[in-house]
Design a protein around this ligand. Structure first.
Ligand code: F6R
Length: 242
């Protein structure tokens, strides 16, 4: 794992955008893996800026999102589909038909998981996967206990994850209990992985990750099994290392 330590959130976002824009300029037909949450928002803002001010084009890019809440209407303001439209897709020149997100409202969740994984296999591999990390080490919504071999699947969200995400909802009760997520093995199929961590609330998780104990108890540790992972952490997230 290649680790880059930067000063703050802005610098993390800028460095991540440079890597992503380089990927897209080298291959305009890149397949990108995208995340939601607070961590990649600065990256998405830089991508929008790069598109509007420097003409970086996403016309031929295709994207796969890591996860979606189970049961939320796809037009619900807190669905990850709406998050991506609002924070990125509608502000760049990507074609919506090139953006893939699990359907959290699918009648058969098993069929939806199989469909999504098959789509990744058909259109992928993902050239560059962007990841954030939960305070409990989750990547995507692969909570502790998720198997290394896992493909896209349904998962019950940890209480800690629901509490962390309650800030986006009116109350904790409204946070869905389940989500569809790409599995650990789905993520590890990507050619390159870029993991972002910012802020002191991630310091414990970054420290645990860099201890390199590969275990289901800390899903992000499986990233050590991949040959091309870059971690960009800011000073606060990195402060417990060493
Ligand atoms: C979101 C996702 C999650 C988040 C993680 C960190 O699509 O897959 O793994 O990356 O929960 O969330 P933030 O960035 O809000 O701290």
């Amino acid at each position: 794992m290649n680790t880059i330590v930067v000063e703050n959130y802005e610098e993390m976002s800028r460095r991540a955008a440079e890597i992503l824009e380089q990927q897209v300029s080298e291959n305009p037909h890149s397949v990108l893996g995208l995340a939601t949450g607070s961590t990649p928002l600065g990256l998405y803002a830089r991508m929008i800026e790069g598109h509007q001010q420097r003409g970086i084009s996403y016309e031929h890019v295709q994207t796969f999102n890591l996860d979606e809440y189970r049961g939320l209407n796809k037009n619900h303001p807190n669905s990850y589909r709406i998050f991506m439209i609002e924070n990125l897709f509608k502000q760049i020149d990507i074609s919506m038909s090139h953006t893939y997100i699990p359907n959290g409202q699918a009648h058969s969740v098993e069929e939806e998981c199989l469909r999504y994984e098959a789509l990744i296999d058909r259109i992928g591999p993902i050239d560059l996967q962007i990841l954030g990390m939960g305070t409990n080490g989750h990547i995507g919504f692969n909570e502790p206990g998720t198997a290394e071999e896992s493909l896209t699947h349904i998962i019950e969200l940890d209480d800690s994850t629901r509490q962390n995400n309650a800030r986006f909802f009116e109350s904790l009760d409204e946070v869905p209990t389940h989500a569809i997520t790409m599995g650990i093995a789905s993520i590890l199929k990507s050619r390159k992985i870029l993991l972002l961590a910012s802020g002191e609330q991630k310091a414990e998780a970054v420290k645990t990750l860099l201890e390199k104990n590969i275990s289901e108890d800390f899903p992000a540790s499986f990233l050590w099994k991949h040959a091309d992972v870059t971690l960009i952490a800011d000073r606060e997230a990195y402060r417990l290392v060493e």
